[in-house]
Design a protein around this ligand. Structure first.
Ligand code: HEM
Length: 416
């Protein structure tokens, strides 16, 4: 019997028994998963047991778990801290007619599978357990869209910020194929193989209840030291991600937000096309002027080093501002303490080299996108020299769930 014949069948009937409950002895034997506790239908019961750990790892050999991040923590991984070089952002639509029970099942299945994958153990029914053993710093971060909250807790429970952002008509050319969604997985890893494996397993694990809406794959160059936790060079050659909120600034949701989102966050994903052909026609001075920072090292045009704050009041010998009134850093910098958010961008390139289809998957984490992100985006939409070369073509907002405690699934508080 092939693994596929016995195992995933349980996933095609949302109302049917849990997928672990439908595994037959023959299927278990065929998968080398003997010894697992598979008959309960509950993902959390089998999730972290020593038996399941050993059986998966024994069949596949020892896991290589360098860079393993904790799955069970107050906050989900993949937000603050080191940023891995490869990412996939995958948005899903709930299947037609899906219920709150389906949401519960999806979050239980994902909790179980993510915990396994992040610790180097194959999910149950994984036909390629060897691929799960190399964790490569894998993090999976789970978000929900407004429809999920409405289904589970009612329309009144949907936070005002959880939905499409206000329109930015001066710049937006949004396409449906890169926008919206009911569920989100942000999957990041040091290895594209680990990432691809996790994406496939997590998508197939819920395929009867949710279908993929869009996938955005991103990359950034590997970082050499721990010093630049966030920084990278984007495809315009600029050092990107330098200025970030301080540790005590609101990236996570605190007492002011809904209880079920305490220690969660929000993610704004904007797919921004970058016109490399047009950019390359501009001389270096013009390119640096548009940003307000040097291309060589990312330092402000007013001097200093990358991590220094641009002096927007500085004037040159003729009395003109050193940082152009339309420069990106001048327009984007926070004008109040409430306008700060964490940026975690990735580049994308789906072009041929000659035909350009490249840009930035702009990713912002904050406690409230309407209060923190929107004022900055409004200023940039009204005036930003970078708008000459950049066009937002996708936009989505999700609520990032708090991390699961011991014995919990993701979304425990949402579903309570
Ligand atoms: C393709 C589009 C974009 C590119 C290429 C880009 C690039 C950059 C670069 C190179 C910097 C300077 C270094 C740094 O602090 O990271 C920067 C700063 C910044 N950008 Fe962008 N950015 C883009 C879009 C956006 C968007 C959509 C927003 C928010 C709505 C934004 C918000 C910011 C903020 C807040 C800063 C820090 C400003 C400061 O305090 O100095 N950027 N960006």
């Amino acid at each position: 019997m092939t693994p596929a014949a016995g195992c995933p069948a349980g996933r095609t009937t949302p109302a049917g028994p849990g997928r672990r409950g439908v595994l037959t002895t023959a299927a278990v034997a065929g998968l080398g998963l003997g010894g697992c506790s598979l008959t309960t239908g509950s993902s959390t019961e089998s999730a972290g047991s020593a038996d399941t750990v050993t059986s998966g790892a024994t069949a596949a050999g020892a896991a290589t778990t360098e860079g393993v991040q904790p799955f069970r923590a107050t906050r989900q991984p993949g937000i603050r801290g080191r940023v891995q070089p490869f990412a996939a952002f995958v948005a899903y639509d709930l299947a037609k007619g899906a219920s709150a029970t389906d949401v519960r099942r999806i979050l239980r299945i994902w909790s179980d599978d993510i915990e396994r994958l992040m610790s180097g153990r194959p999910p149950l029914t994984d036909p390629e357990p060897e691929l799960a053993r190399h964790t490569a710093g894998l993090t999976v971060t789970v978000g929900v869209g407004p429809r999920i909250v409405e289904l589970v807790r009612g329309a009144d429970a949907v936070p005002a910020w959880l939905g499409p952002l206000p329109a930015y008509p001066q710049i937006d050319k949004l396409e449906d194929r890169w926008s919206g969604g009911d569920l989100l997985l942000q999957i990041c890893a040091d290895s594209p193989t680990t990432l691809a494996h996790a994406q496939r397993r997590l998508t197939l694990g819920v395929r009867s209840m949710a279908e993929t809406r869009w996938v955005q794959r991103g990359f950034r160059e590997p970082l050499d030291t721990g010093e630049h936790l966030i920084g990278m060079r984007n495809l315009f050659g600029q050092v990107d991600g330098t200025i970030q909120p301080a540790d005590d600034e609101p990236v996570f949701i605190g007492a002011g937000g809904p209880d079920w989102l305490r220690d969660g966050s929000s993610i704004v994903i904007r797919r921004i096309r970058m016109d490399l052909d047009k950019w390359e026609q501009v001389d270096r001075l013009g390119r640096e002027n548009a940003m307000g920072r040097r291309l060589t090292d990312g330092a402000p045009l007013t001097g200093g080093a990358e991590n220094d704050i641009p002096d927007v009041d500085a004037k040159d010998a003729l009395g003109f501002p050193v940082i152009d009134p339309g420069a990106h850093v001048r327009r984007a910098r926070a004008t109040t303490n409430t306008e700060r958010f964490l940026r975690r961008p990735y580049s994308y390139d789906d072009g041929t080299g000659e035909q350009v289809d490249a840009g930035l998957i702009f990713v912002a984490y904050c406690a409230d996108p309407l209060a923190q992100f929107d004022p900055v985006q409004k200023r940039l939409a009204a005036k930003d020299l970078m708008n000459i070369w950049t066009t937002p073509i996708g936009s989505a907002v999700f609520a990032i769930l708090p991390g699961p405690g011991d014995g919990e699934s993701l979304g425990q508080a949402l579903l309570a």
